[in-house]
Design a protein around this ligand. Structure first.
Ligand SMILES: Nc1ncnc2c1ncn2[C@@H]1O[C@H](COP(=O)(O)OP(=O)(O)O)[C@@H](O)[C@H]1O
Ligand SMILES: O=P(O)(O)OC[C@H](O)CO
Length: 502
């Protein structure tokens, strides 16, 4: 009997590997960072080969740390930063360009043209997504325009496109398998989330030949086997692939409408499952595929905040107000309020519900009495205000009331942040004992397929609360604070420097 599931979490700034036992406990974890390339302002790229070697290194280390042999692994679950796009040569496995990362804005011109030509409604209807450089389609087009302008190689099937899961599956299987799952496919803007097929009209619009696209399968399914020389001498089945935010939703056991998870990492990603119904949001939420099991698709509503925990990184590295991100809590608690200061961290524009690519960060309400404590507190509060913007929109568009908000991600260790979040939303915020919900979600999805984990009810029962933050703020104060935030956002969006100002 095999004792472990290996979960690979390939994230934006690091790759992590986890060994998880039948009780759903992490018995070992390892982490490898890799280089971020910023070739021009607003562009972010990764070296796909370096990502692959980081996976190999993380796997080797997790086996060493856990004192586990590859032969003890029942199956592998892969979860990944979403949308990030790789194009490589089918036969040699050589990437033809750096991977274009989800955060990268280099395709804004392509997106602007699509908006101007009136494609927004059709794209939203088919994919559940809003036209934005965030998603893969414009990134693939951009890469092909540079490496295969007339698409000759792509049409001949010599080039493969994949999100990071697809790239890793290709590498682990020794180039034999070219597949993705529905949760990842739903982030490409080429996949019709209703018909569950690559959409011909979208492929034409983005000029992406179908021959380069992976097969799309269930999130929990047999995606392929590792080739032994890439997996320590063993052929182990890969039985799950899931976008990292969807995996976290699964790992948080949020299986019903009204159960919401918010991840506070670099950005914040809020998701709520909506069952077999793909709910259309008129207010800037995305409709996406949470997962598909046994050919049954579960949809989700999603709100994306581009700058979350990274605003705290800015306090540390940009403003040098703190030495470590954890210091932010201590400083915030030194003052009773921000004294009317608001920080709007729109460093790369604003996501849900505004989708304003041109907005840039701003600070309001400064006086001679403003101290760094106020600014630090206002920055943390801004993460909560943005979350409230998204949550309110989600509840309205789904026509439900919040049942549970479960949180995870690096910044949830900050108790001030969690308490303010609960106060502001006037709802409890639940933090789990196991904060590695993404890795856990991928392991659950992989283990469900093989029978390592019995069913969703077992997973539900495993979820354990570390702490529930209860709302304690006076409602009048809450409304006043939030109104101030809304005014700050409005003012931020009015301020735009354009080319005409040159
Ligand atoms: N105690 C803290 N208070 C506030 N923010 C924090 C704290 N610890 C970490 N962070 C923020 O959380 C983010 C890291 O979270 P993580 O989930 O590892 O991110 P990602 O997976 O996106 O790389 C960083 O942006 C960091 O600034
Ligand atoms: O790698 P993360 O955890 O920052 O997640 C990135 C998201 O998947 C982008 O959509």
């Amino acid at each position: 009997m095999k004792d472990y599931i290996l979960s690979i979490d390939q994230g934006t700034t690091s790759t992590r590997a986890f060994l998880i036992n039948r009780a759903g406990e992490i018995i070992a974890k390892s982490q490898r960072e890799f280089e971020q390339f910023y070739p021009q302002p607003g562009w972010v790229e990764h070296d796909a080969n370096e990502i692959w070697t980081s996976v190999l290194a993380a796997m080797a280390e997790v086996f060493r740390l856990g004192d586990v042999h590859a032969s003890q692994v029942e199956a592998i679950g892969i979860t990944n930063q979403r949308e990030t796009s790789v194009v490589w040569e089918k036969d040699t496995g050589r990437p033809v360009h750096k991977a274009v990362v989800w955060q990268s804005r280099q395709t804004e011109d392509i997106c602007q043209q699509l908006r101007e030509h009136g494609h927004a409604a059709m794209i939203k209807e088919k994919t559940g997504l809003l036209i934005d450089p965030y998603f893969s389609a414009s990134k693939v087009k951009w890469v092909l325009d540079r490496v295969d302008p007339n698409r000759a190689r792509a049409k001949r099937g010599e080039l493969y496109f994949g999100t990071i899961d697809t790239w890793l599956i290709y590498k682990l299987t020794g180039g034999k398998v070219h597949k993705t799952d529905r949760s990842n496919a739903s982030r490409t803007m080429l996949y019709n989330i209703h018909t569950l097929t690559w959409d011909e009209e979208l492929l034409r619009l983005f000029d992406v030949p179908k021959a380069m696209l992976p097969d799309v399968v269930d999130t929990s399914s047999h995606l392929g086997n590792t080739v032994s020389h890439h997996f320590f001498g063993y052929e182990v089945p890969i039985t799950a692939s899931a976008g990292d935010q969807q995996a976290a939703l699964f790992g948080q056991a949020c299986f019903e409408k009204g159960m919401v998870k918010n991840t506070y990492g670099t950005g914040c990603f809020m998701l709520m499952p909506t069952g077999s119904e793909a709910i259309h949001s008129p207010s800037g939420l995305l409709t996406t595929i949470a997962w598909s099991l046994d050919n049954q698709v579960t949809y989700a509503l999603e709100g994306s905040i581009f700058v979350g925990g990274s605003a705290v990184g800015w306090l540390r590295d940009g403003l040098r107000m703190i030495e470590q991100t954890s210091d932010s809590e201590r400083y915030a608690l030194r003052v009773a309020s921000t004294d009317g200061v608001y920080v709007v961290p729109a460093f790369v524009g604003l996501g849900t519900p505004y989708w304003d690519s041109d907005a840039r960060g701003a600070m309001f309400g400064l006086t001679r009495g403003t101290t760094k404590e106020h600014i630090i507190r206002a920055t943390l509060e801004a993460i909560c205000y943005q979350t409230k913007d998204v949550l309110d929109t989600m509840m309205k568009d789904a026509g439900v009331t919040l049942n549970t908000l479960r949180v995870d991600g690096g910044a949830v260790k900050n108790n001030f942040l969690m308490q303010f979040q609960s106060d502001l939303m006037h709802a409890p915020v639940e933090r789990p004992v196991n904060n590695e919900t993404t890795a856990l979600g991928a392991a659950y999805l992989a283990g469900l397929y093989t029978g390592f984990f019995k069913d969703k009810d077992t997973i539900k029962a495993r979820w354990q609360k570390d702490c529930a933050f209860e709302p304690a703020m006076d409602p009048i104060k809450r409304r006043k604070l939030y109104r101030g935030w809304q005014k700050a956002v409005e003012a931020t969006r009015v301020f735009k420097v354009t080319d005409e100002d040159d």
